[in-house]
Write a protein that binds this ligand. Structure first.
Ligand code: MGD
Ligand code: MGD
Ligand code: MO
Length: 758
């Protein structure tokens, strides 16, 4: 099992030579092919290593990180060094001086999950400063609980695909429904139904409107509207304006199920600020014709309409607004809780939305409590490291950044996920010690002081399952452990033993015994649900078991049926179109109701004079994030070894560019190389460069070095969505593009650093 699907691996001599997708998968992902050759790839970390400067000078801030060489050490020495350093930091600075957020997707598998292992270990060590929310849903994770009392239920209990295919007349998709993203699900997935569901909807006569600057955000036939990026909220407001001013808003629904509509309507109609949010107003911001917007709103009111918003729309400045405005528009249509109507968030963002959930708990590694209460919004990592003691606003609180001395990362790659890599590199120069566990020499591993080689999921037995997939899967190890790599569990077990809490951490179990133990707990839940479950050995032999799922769900149908008994967990118990709490925070970048804010990085603003192209830094079609970037599917898309950047032919012609050339993409924060691909399915003025090419600095000692490979995060701004959520805003950035005429530097991203033997 991988995050991108279920498969069988063929191996020869400890290496994967072929992968075969699960026969039950309707639409397997081409990303699977990246696993071939991944176990013994030259970018694997062969054994424990310590940065020379750290080994010789001891812990302390250092700007040499990322440019220094490493010294190979044995496991025993590594365990000793790590134990001594953890002890030193805890004794001298306290546990809150350890930043153990360790954000990242690592690998599927319920036991050997790096995040679960590192957090369990650090809790038992006495705690750590943690991170909250995700890069995926930083804004949604804060705004939606305040608007509808939950955020995860919007995905886990979303309206199912079969209901949409059967009932929806008009599906209006802000951000489209990009199939490429449904390849992926956190924790794995056994089936990919999205393509089939959308085709079934169309065959039945349902209509789909894809609103996106990229035509291929929806496959097959659809009406395509291509607004200026970052203007969706204006379009949603203008649709609302038409509903309100033409008597098409469902007053009865608004009265019974929502709170604060009148205050919002004052803003919508311009009574509050003198600016009616008319289609003409939105037209001038979005570039869509006013008549098209007005017509769309009237069509929404005519039949069963589902409004969907991809997660990308909240990974931008003021990202709180798009999901809030989207659900408000759906509320005005009055169809929330009706089959095939209402609102959806994340169709086409991940495989999970639209899939039926499993009704009982899954096998889980017990985590325990974190004795330290400090936490940061996850995308504030550079702020945290650069500004110890500084105050900041977050979700109605005034907080202070702790003084971090040690950073512990297992299962994530900040050089993939964080914005403004130049700033990140300066921030990573501040702590005394950086520890990284990873199977590969990622840029984050190259910036560590203590490098711990992990196995990959292909080298371990594990269990996999997710809350919206019917299969519990036995992940059989496909290959022996590579070189001197170790399972993260074994590393932490040895470390815990050295630090005196080995028994607490392992509970005396081997990894295999943990699998049996977790299976046994899960079995109790399923048997209580009335099903028969085989013994572990039998499950392991069969390879997978099918669980019961709750079919036919409609999001918020229970709330619609009985809004008193099934009140939302918001202050009013209803959908908060106006939130008194948010209003009370008095933020100038997040008011009490959905609001249009002009972003900094957009084509309609001042900054576009200097950097006239709007770069969409979205999820890669050819891999998951930075994982297996050296794999066949990912490499096949590269242009002269660089990550492809798509441009409209007019934008290319204006710059004298042709397909296949290498360009320099730049702004005032940084620059990278990329390879030109022409696509007339892009809105002119928009370019697209996915995340995930491994950061490859021309000069590793210069934090602001040109990245010769095409990592867009050397360009993106490290600013939060707003004072409310401080979510990641990496999706959008303004840039300029020019031909790169110099000698093409080689790609060194997958080369290990210098590791000296002693
Ligand atoms: N500009 C821009 N930036 C973005 C986004 C965007 O839209 N635009 N999107 C953001 C989003 S939504 C996300 S979720 C993040 C993703 O960011 P990450 O989740 O950090 O990215 P991954 O590449 O998945 O990193 C996972 C790491 O875990 C390692 N790993 C795999 N298995 C194991 C294991 O068993 N043990 C250990 N120790 N390590 C393992 C992998 O080798 C890899 O280095 O990126 C964010 N960044
Ligand atoms: N293949 C693959 N799938 C993945 C991932 C991956 O790395 N690879 N990562 C997974 C993860 S962790 C997450 S969180 C999800 C993220 O899911 P999303 O954030 O939804 O995915 P993106 O591909 O970044 O963006 C979706 C589309 O939104 C469109 N878009 C961008 N800006 C705008 C805008 O201003 N207006 C409109 N209307 N459209 C816009 C872009 O054209 C883009 O293709 O994807 C998941 N799926
Ligand atoms: Mo994500």
């Amino acid at each position: 099992m991988a995050h991108w699907g279920m498969f069988e691996a063929e191996t020869v001599g400890g290496e994967v030579t072929a992968v075969h997708p699960f026969s039950g998968d309707a639409d397997p992902s081409p990303i699977l092919a990246n696993a071939v050759g991944s176990v013994r790839h030259r970018s694997r970390i062969a054994g424990p290593a310590v940065r020379r400067g750290w080994l010789e000078n001891g812990p302390g801030p250092s700007d040499a990180r990322g440019a220094d060489e490493f010294v190979a050490v044995g496991w025993d020495e590594l365990t000793g060094l790590l134990a001594t350093e953890l002890r030193r930091v805890v004794d001298r600075h306290g546990n809150r001086a350890i930043y153990g957020g360790s954000y990242g997707w690592s690998s599927p598998g319920r036991f050997h999950h790096a995040q679960s292992q590192v957090h369990r270990f650090l809790k038992m060590l006495g705690g750590y400063t943690r991170s909250e929310h995700s890069y995926s849903l930083g804004a949604t994770g804060v705004i939606m609980p305040r608007v509808v009392g939950t955020h995860w239920k919007m995905f886990a209990r979303s309206t199912n695909w079969d209901v949409i295919a059967r009932e929806t007349d008009l599906m209006v998709c802000f951000g489209g429904v990009p199939l490429k993203n449904t390849a992926v699900n956190d924790g794995g997935t056994s089936n990919h139904p999205t393509r089939g569901a959308l085709d079934a909807l169309r065959t039945r006569g349902g209509r789909i409107v894809s609103i996106s600057p990229l035509a291929d955000d929806l496959h097959g036939e659809a009406e395509r509207l291509a607004p200026r990026p970052g203007t969706d909220v204006a379009i949603m407001l203008a649709c609302g304006y038409v509903l309100a001013s033409e008597g098409l808003a469902d007053r009865a629904f608004l009265d019974r199920y929502t709170a604060g509509y009148d205050k919002f309507e004052d803003y919508l109609l311009g009574r509050a600020d003198g600016v009616p949010k008319t289609p003409a107003w939105a037209a001038q911001l979005s570039g869509l014709p006013a008549e098209t917007i007005a017509d769309l709103a009237r069509r929404m009111a005519k039949g069963r309409t589902l409004i969907t918003v991809t997660w990308s729309l909240q990974r931008v400045r003021h990202g709180e607004q798009a999901p809030w405005a989207g659900i408000t528009l759906a509320a005005m249509l009055g169809q929330i809780g009706l089959p095939g109507g209402g609102f959806g968030h994340g169709y086409g963002s991940m495989n999970e939305p639209g899939l039926a959930p499993v009704p009982y708990p899954l096998p889980t590694l017990f985590q325990g409590q974190n004795p330290v209460s400090d936490s940061i919004p996850v995308a504030a990592i550079s702020d945290l490291l650069l500004n110890p003691g500084q105050q900041y606003d977050f979700d109605g609180e005034h907080r202070t950044f702790p003084d971090i001395r040690l950073v512990y990362w297992a299962g994530g790659n900040p050089f993939h996920h964080h914005q403004d890599i130049g700033r990140l590199r300066r921030a990573l120069g501040r702590p005394d010690t950086i520890v990284v566990h990873d199977p590969y020499w990622t840029p984050m591993a190259k910036h560590a002081d203590i490098v711990v080689p992990s196995t990959t999921s292909l080298e371990r037995d594990d269990l996999s399952c997710t809350r919206n997939d019917p299969l519990l899967v036995a992940m059989h190890a496909a290959a022996p452990r590579f070189a001197d790599a170790r399972h993260d569990y074994d590393t932490f077990a040895a470390l815990a033993t050295r630090l005196g809490f080995g028994e607490l951490f392992t509970e005396g179990r081997t990894a295999r015994q943990w699998l049996e133990h977790m299976y046994g707990q899960w079995r109790g839940f399923v048997e209580a649900d009335g099903a028969d479950v085989p013994e572990f050995e039998e499950f392991w032999r069969r390879g997978h078991l099918r669980m019961r799922t709750e079919e036919g769900l409609t999001l918020f149908e229970d709330f619609r049926a009985d809004p008193e008994a099934n009140a939302l967990r918001t202050p009013s118990g209803r959908i908060e179109i106006f939130s008194s709490d948010i209003d009370g925070f008095g933020y100038d970048d997040c008011a009490g109701h959905p609001t249009w804010y002009e972003p900094e990085e957009w084509l309609g603003g001042e900054r576009a004079r200097e950097f006239p192209l709007h770069l969409i830094a979205n999820q890669p079609k050819t891999r998951l994030h930075s994982q297996l970037d050296h794999g066949a599917t990912s490499q096949a898309s590269k242009v002269q070894g660089r990550e492809p950047i798509r441009l409209h032919p007019d934008d290319a012609a204006e710059r004298g560019l042709a397909a296949g050339q290498v360009v320099r993409v730049f702004n005032d924060r940084g620059a990278c190389l990329a390879g030109v691909v022409l696509d007339d399915g892009l809105l002119p003025g928009v370019v697209q460069l996915s995340t995930g090419a491994w950061y490859d600095p021309l000069d590793p000692s210069d934090p602001n070095s040109l990245c010769v490979h095409g990592n867009p995060n050397v360009l993106t701004a490290d600013v939060g969505t707003s004072s409310l959520a401080r979510g990641c805003t990496g999706q959008h950035v303004l840039v300029q593009v020019e031909r790169f005429d110099g000698e093409l530097p080689p790609i060194r991203a997958y080369d290990p650093p210098v590791v000296r033997q002693r």
